[in-house]
Design a protein around this ligand. Structure first.
Ligand code: ZN
Length: 76
């Protein structure tokens, strides 16, 4: 198998995994759906007003690590 072809498969698998990962991710507190913010690289739970960071491509689903939104901030 040519190296380039193998690499293309690896990238494809990775993209698929990423999509799957985002698909199954729910809030660890309320089990609700999360909003993925590409620019901030965070996963946001609107219900709990928490933003979970994504470090090195891996979502950190810990309440202690999450950023809290102040009450006056509107989450879009
Ligand atoms: Zn939640």
């Amino acid at each position: 198998m040519p190296a380039g072809f193998k690499q293309a498969i690896n990238i494809g698998v990775r993209l698929f995994m990423d999509a799957k990962l985002l698909d199954i991710l729910v809030c660890p507190l309320c089990k609700g759906p999360l909003l993925y913010k590409k620019n901030e690289n965070e996963l946001i739970c609107k219900a709990d007003r928490l933003a979970f960071p994504i470090k090195d491509g891996i979502p950190v689903m810990l309440e202690d690590e999450a950023r809290k939104f102040p009450p006056e901030v509107e989450i879009k």
